[in-house]
Design a protein around this ligand. Structure first.
Ligand code: URA
Length: 447
């Protein structure tokens, strides 16, 4: 293989063969192909795209760059969920134990915060003692015992993505449908699952901002999953405002615990029940997604989902006593209320801006080696459509960084629009995608 020729052909919009992709990616993983040639290839794909067939082959090559877990000896249909990433998205923390409590095994391998978005691993690690760096043997053991496990990517799974993702992050080549599809689906297919539910976020807090792009990404992901033998469905869900009311690692654990104990946070629980209902249906425990949603609701109301979460936390080394006494957690040194300067209705948020702000308060990483402050974050008192009076608090920001807090409050105010009349409230679920195509989502809400 001549890497320069391969890059030139991709740059000119040609279709690469399996052997070419295998040799190129293998060379990169082994270190014989340098970052600058991979960067040129990624940029060529960014501009030229890939055909559906090429995307499938690319995903398979990524998948086989490392180990593929076999969970075949464990009983049950193993189902996972993956979100393309958003602000305040703590769905996995509620959904994984909830679905497991319905009898469907959930082996979940999650990621860390990326750019302005939060990551499930960082949220879980805000629980003192919680270990996400388990071996594949421990992963298999825990899902077999408890029906649920939540870990991080290991060295052995999809090493090509680990290296390529880090490079994409610093070369402006993240927002490409074939590259995102290959990255997400190779990791999910390596987990040993039988079926998958995808949450494709859309709106100003998502990687894909327009519905059109989100639908195109969703159809590619769902198509790939089904072609590769895993029953896969997807939902395009709203990310034009943060999900729920809390953003920041421990704050999101608190909101998840509240919801597991039955608190109603409408947008968050709507998305959680729909995705969970689809998992229970794919896992063979319900005749339809809607029936699955009702089983999920029973798991919350009966306390079984919360009980499963406590068991999971204990099993993975976390302090579950603290979850029973949430106010024992230390607080940030500084907090500030963001005050509305006028009467009106919250008409919208700059969700991306809020995600960046949460990161700067300490909830995320600005550089790869930054240490996260688990206490830092934002609590919203108002969501889109809520009435607000002049002088009332819209949000509270918490951080240990006294030097940035005043400025952060001003910046938060610039991320909100308050208008004289109530805006139309966007649905939490925009579309449903399965192997037959894209459909409006019409199932009755549980609220
Ligand atoms: N999440 C991933 O895992 N990969 C991407 O490329 C984008 C989001």
């Amino acid at each position: 293989m001549n890497p320069v020729e391969l890059i030139r052909r991709k740059r000119n919009g040609e279709h690469l063969s399996r052997t070419e992709l295998e040799q190129f990616i293998d060379g990169y993983v082994k270190g014989s192909l340098p970052d600058y040639q991979m960067t040129a290839f990624l940029m060529a794909v960014f501009f030229q795209g890939m055909t559906p067939e090429e995307t499938r082959v690319f995903t398979e090559v990524m998948l086989h760059s490392g180990e593929v877990i076999d969970l075949g000896t464990l009983p049950g249909i193993k189902v996972d969920k993956h979100s393309t990433g958003g602000v305040g998205d703590k769905v996995s923390l509620i959904l994984a134990p909830m679905v497991a409590a319905c009898g469907v095994p959930v082996p979940m391998i999650s990621g860390r915060g990326l750019g302005h978005t939060g990551g499930t691993l960082d949220k879980l690690e805000s629980i003192p003692g919680f270990r996400t760096d388990l071996s594949i043997e421990e992963y298999k053991k825990i899902v077999g015992e408890l029906g649920v496990v939540l870990i991080g990517q290991t060295e052995k799974l999809v090493p090509a993505d680990r290296k390529m993702y880090a490079l994409r992050d610093v070369t402006a080549t993240v927002e490409s449908i074939p590259l995102i599809a290959g990255s997400i689906m190779s990791k999910k297919l390596a987990e040993g699952i039988d079926a998958l539910v995808l949450d494709i976020k859309t709106g100003n807090g998502a990687f894909m901002k327009s519905q059109e792009d989100s639908l195109a990404l969703g159809s590619t992901l769902v198509g790939l999953g089904n072609q590769m033998g895993k029953k896969t469905v997807g939902f395009v869900t709203d990310m034009s405002q943060p999900l729920g009311t809390k953003i920041g690692n421990w704050l999101e654990v608190v909101e998840s615990v509240d919801c597991l104990r039955g608190k109603r946070i409408p947008d968050l629980m709507e998305v959680t029940y729909v995705l969970g209902g689809a998992m229970v249906w794919l896992g063979g425990k319900a005749a339809s997604i809607h029936e699955g949603m009702k089983l999920c609701q029973d798991a919350i109301w009966s306390g079984k989902a919360y009980e499963k979460f406590l068991q999971l936390v204990t099993r993975q080394g976390g302090d579950s006593q603290l979850l029973e006494n949430l106010d024992r957690y230390p607080e940030s040194d500084h907090s500030i209320d963001v005050i509305s300067p006028l009467d009106g209705y919250v008409a919208g948020f700059d969700t991306f801006g809020i995600g960046v702000l949460a990161t700067e308060l300490g909830a995320g990483r600005l550089k790869v080696d930054d240490v996260i402050d688990p206490k830092a974050g934002i609590q919203l008192q108002k969501k889109v459509g809520d009435a607000v009076q002049k002088g009332e608090s819209i949000a509270t920001l918490s951080t240990d960084k006294s030097e940035i807090i005043q400025k952060a409050a001003k910046r938060f105010l610039a991320c909100i629009s308050v208008k004289g009349s109530a805006p139309p409230v966007l649905p939490a679920i925009h579309k449903y995608i399965d192997d037959k195509g894209q459909h409006p989502w019409t199932a009755p809400s549980l609220y």
